[in-house]
Write a protein that binds this ligand. Structure first.
Ligand code: PMP
Length: 394
């Protein structure tokens, strides 16, 4: 049967990483892949996570299976981290998953079992894997306008107009904070407008929360999802521990479902558990336990919050430095959207040919849509990037 398999299109980001590695130039800059980097270009293990690992190493007595939905203490801790006390926990169901991707996969599986004919509305643009995951499960999607390239802000008018086409019961995917790939998030008042529209049109939000703590802070970054949870009857949330805890390869995530009432939450929880059973049986536990240990220990938690805060502020400082340099070179505030964007990414107004020139002439690597990972910049590289942007005519 293997001869009948079609070769999948190669993943563009993975291909870009390989191209960067093969580039012999000494002065080159990788702004492609979406991982946090410190000033030296490393993606460090966070101090509290390392300490939790050491503690676990000594105290763990078994590697026997845990619950099918994952360790209950982890589920409680991550639910609180995301939802705060916006909803009583008896209105929520949760299941651990391998990363945010696993949580999204399970969200789509849940949607397929409850509403196989609904349409999933995705922002244009979005993280490309959303489209692949949806297609893989045979679900239908449509896109809504999201980004105004002229201003670098959210195209609220376009978003509201396009979602008028959605039918009651359709699902709207939203990035909870730090939109990937644009960096543009709705303002709080715009989130309120979105919530009111979802309620009026009976649309169900699926919130992808992969960067909590990278925008305006751990609590602030959860405020949109908490507002949705407290004002709507049903909300799905795919949370990822990859970035917020630096646990990329350990695959930590959870799918949270906020239901109308405790009875529906309980039934939904049973469905999530059954979906885990047929997908991977027990979800990975080690990374989840590290996260739970950090969140539930006051000293480790304070340390984690402090370190994540420093990472966030480093990104903001780089945004400021890049915007200032571009203001100086262009004598304009054209690039000030960099200051308004949040999270690791910003989308530059670059045509594919300009992205190619930046790579070929300057050794600057970014994804084909002009997305740059701000965290991939060192302070010393800011003038280099700014000059290349101007020379390339962006
Ligand atoms: N959602 C978005 C928007 C992302 O950018 C990512 C990671 N690139 C994920 C989900 C999933 O991350 P992971 O599966 O590594 O937790």
């Amino acid at each position: 049967m293997f001869d009948r398999l079609q070769e999948p299109a190669s993943d563009k980001i993975i291909a870009l990483m390989a191209e960067y590695r093969a580039d012999p130039r000494a002065q080159k800059l990788d702004l492609g892949v979406g991982v946090y980097r410190d000033e030296s270009g490393a993606t460090p293990i966070m101090g509290a996570v390392r300490a939790a690992g050491a503690r676990l190493q000594d105290s763990e007595t078994t590697k026997a299976y845990t619950g099918l939905a994952g360790d209950p203490a982890f589920l409680q801790a991550i639910s609180r981290l995301v939802l705060g006390d916006s909803v009583p926990l008896d209105r929520t169901a949760a299941a651990a998953a391998p990363g945010g991707t696993g949580a999204l996969h399970q969200a789509f599986a849940l949607i397929r079992s409850a509403a196989p004919d609904c349409t999933l509305w995705l922002p244009d643009p979005t993280w490309p894997n959303h489209l692949s995951l949806i297609a893989h499960q045979g679900l239908t999607h449509a896109t809504y306008r999201y980004f105004d390239a002229a201003t670098g802000a959210v195209d609220m008018a376009g978003l509201m107009e396009d979602l008028q086409q959605a039918a009651p019961g359709d699902v709207v995917l939203l990035h909870g904070c730090c939109h990937n790939p644009t960096g543009a998030d709705p303002m709080p008042s715009e989130w309120d407008e979105i919530a009111a529209m979802l309620r009026a049109r009976q649309l169900i939000p699926l919130v992808d929360l992969a960067y909590q703590g990278f925008g305006d802070g751990i609590e602030a970054d959860a405020s949109a999802v908490r507002m949705l949870a407290s004002t709507l009857d049903e909300v799905l949330i795919a949370a990822s521990g990859s970035k917020s805890f630096g646990l990329y390869r350990d695959r930590v995530g959870a799918l949270l479902a906020v239901a109308r009432d405790p009875a529906e939450a309980e039934r939904t929880g049973k469905v999530l558990t059954a979906l885990n059973r047929v997908t991977y049986s027990f979800p990975p536990d080690h990374g989840a336990r590290l996260v739970q240990t950090v969140l539930d220990d006051p000293a480790l938690r304070a340390d984690w919050e402090e370190e994540l805060g420093r990472m966030r502020l480093r990104i903001l400082a780089l945004r400021e430095a890049l915007a200032a340099e571009l203001r100086r070179l262009t004598n304009s505030d054209r690039f000030d959207f960099l200051l308004r964007h949040r999270g690791m990414f910003s989308r530059l107004p670059a045509e594919p040919a300009q992205v190619a020139r930046l790579r070929e002439e300057h050794g600057i690597y970014m994804t084909g849509d002009g997305r740059i990972n701000i965290a991939g910049l060192g302070e010393a590289a800011v003038p280099l990037l700014a000059r290349a942007i101007v020379e390339t005519g962006l």
